[in-house]
Design a protein. Sequence first.
Length: 120
Amino acid sequence: MLPEAFADLEPLAESGWCLATEAERVAKRHASTEQELRHFYDLVVPRLEAVIAYLDAFQLDKLPDAEKHLMCLLLSMAEVTFAVEKFDADESTYEGLPANRFVPVHDIPAGGLYTPFEYK
């Protein structure tokens, strides 16, 4: 699923962290335990610079599949980092609001109707 150079991150890809939309990544973050978030964070942090340097060699609109998965994993890291560094992996609040009230809406396809759902 990921480029060979990042085989050590493959367990994260296999556990469903390569998600294409922010809404999916937020939902995955909210559905994960503190331990799962910390595990993700601890595996990716040491590889962050290498992942970014590797992806910089590609045009964003022409990423091969393995690199797309790596990019999605990197975007998941943005969600996980915020949860771990700002909230100590406690998913119960988001800026003082219940976490399930934060629902990104910019992933909705043009012209589509948004149906809100509640994160658990």
